[in-house]
Design a protein around this ligand. Structure first.
Ligand code: UDX
Length: 456
């Protein structure tokens, strides 16, 4: 995308939440805004620091945090969010104060754009009298679920037990209660309440809510969120169709899999990846391996370090599996996922349904086999399978016979035909949305204008 306007030396400060599924969309959004003429500073915790050499056009500023010092475990998701918000506030304030002191008319901060989970950034923005914008990297439906439960918290009628006795919450249909990212673990109930309150308060104070979704996918949820917050809402997906693909992986991408894909028949390969955080046990790894082997489809499988709890994954796969599969299977530790999904040989994606993976699959018209693990993934699966109908869920225990059958349904059986067609149809809608005058194209331009107008 060309620099279509001169942004009068305006700088945007992005504040990252340091996990892969959050870093990718934030850096992609930053890339688009750079292409529109903004200068970009990326402020990030030292933990899971992105590699500045991959993005020479941005200025990177690390800030201290408790995760990198080992004081809080990153696996303790809610503890980590709480700790980052408590410990990064002062360092961010100091860092932006320094930038403000040094700024001149050719380089002024327009706005602080923060991952919604780093809600302390809104307090810093307020303190320094700068505009702040909250980015939610998950589905609009997840944003809505948090907002609806927050309203319940405020009115004092939804207690943990009240919730568990219900089946559905009217505003959130077609989702069932069990699809929602509500923790059943009482130990973290206070942290979840704290998170809901802070997410909601920061959005109310922000100059805009930026949602990592496409409007035609989630019109109802977006409308309802707009009813709950006065803040203007912008949808910004699919970034990678609006600017060159950026490489923001924390793990090294194994690009050899692309030449392997080049040797496979069109739409024959099932791509398997469970994202950056989910894990399975040894038995599940073996069932997955044999399910894929017995499906007779070629497969590209991401077996990431840490995927199998307590083991080095590749060593667990028996020789008999390798002999059976031979050239038909390709296993990598980390794949260039956007390129993989866009490759003509890929016909299906077995995914954990992290929100980025879900959108990336939709953008390329690839139908999904869904196996959610935690958090928002169950909610995403409901949309994939029951609303957009571009995937099927792999339920129950991971077992080789079920896997084999599901892979065939997704990829080749007549039963999966309609699903495959609908996936291609959604891809066409995505392509329309990024053309000049399309909804995503317009939303991105309006967002850039809004950013520019906030600090004259
Ligand atoms: C986490 C949560 O699991 C998810 O539910 C939430 O919506 C976002 O945060 P993650 O598990 O990493 O994210 O999944 P996802 O949102 O799909 O993000 C993974 C990112 O890593 C994607 O952008 C994907 O393209 C990339 N990826 C994944 C690779 O580049 N290579 C791989 O091999 C696997």
């Amino acid at each position: 995308m060309e620099k279509h306007r001169e942004q009068k030396g305006s700088r945007l400060v992005f504040v990252l939440y340091p996990f892969q599924g959050h870093i990718n969309p934030m850096l992609q959004l930053a890339t688009i805004m750079y292409s529109k003429g903004f200068s970009i500073t990326i402020v990030h915790p030292q933990f899971n620091s992105p590699d500045p050499s991959k993005h020479p056009q941005f200025t990177f500023t690390p800030i201290a945090d408790d995760l990198s010092q080992g004081k809080v475990s990153p696996a303790d998701l809610f503890g980590a969010i709480s700790a980052l918000n408590k410990n990064c506030e002062e360092p961010l304030k100091e860092c932006i104060q320094k930038m403000l002191k040094a700024e001149d008319t050719h380089d002024r901060i327009s706005c602080i754009i923060y991952d919604g989970l780093m809600y302390f950034a809104q307090s810093v923005a307020d303190h320094l009298k700068l505009p702040g914008m909250s980015v939610r990297t998950s589905a609009a439906a997840t944003v809505l679920a948090f907002a609806v439960f927050r309203r319940g918290d405020e009115q004092g009628y939804i207690s943990f037990l009240d919730l568990m006795s219900k089946d559905q919450v009217t505003e959130l249909q077609p989702l069932r209660l069990k699809d929602l990212p509500i923790l059943r673990n009482q130990d973290v109930a206070d942290l979840v309440l704290e998170l809901r309150a802070n997410l909601s308060d920061s959005v109310k104070k922000s100059s805009a809510l930026i949602v990592n979704t496409m409007d035609f996918l989630e019109q109802n949820a977006l409308k309802q969120i707009q009813g709950l917050f006065p803040t203007p809402i912008f949808t910004v997906r699919p970034f990678h169709k609006l600017a060159p693909i950026i490489f923001s992986s924390l793990l090294k991408e194994d690009t050899n899999c692309i030449s392997w894909l080049d040797r496979q028949a069109p739409k024959s390969v099932i791509y398997v990846s469970f994202g950056s955080l989910a894990s399975i046990d040894e038995k599940e790894l073996l069932e997955t391996a044999w399910g894929l082997a017995n499906s007779d489809q070629p497969f590209l499988w991401v077996v990431r370090p840490g995927l199998v709890r307590g083991s080095k994954c590749a060593e667990l796969l028996p020789k008999s599996f390798e002999e059976r599969v031979g050239e038909r299977g390709c296993i990598v530790e980390w794949a260039p996922q956007l390129e993989v999904l866009a490759h003509g040989a890929v016909g299906g994606f077995w995914s954990h349904c992290g929100w980025n993976s879900t959108l990336e699959s939709i953008c390329e018209g690839v139908p999904m086999l869904c196996r959610p693990f935690f958090g928002d993934q169950n909610l995403n699966v409901r949309y994939v399978c029951d609303v957009w109908k571009v995937g099927l869920e792999l339920e129950n225990e991971l077992e080789r016979g079920n896997i084999e059958k599901a892979v065939r349904t997704l990829m080749v059986n007549t039963e999966g035909e309609e699903m495959r067609k609908r996936a291609m149809h959604l891809k066409e809608k995505v392509n329309l949305s990024v053309r000049e005058g399309g909804s995503c194209y317009n939303s991105m331009n309006e967002l850039a204008d809004q950013m520019l107008s906030l600090r004259s």
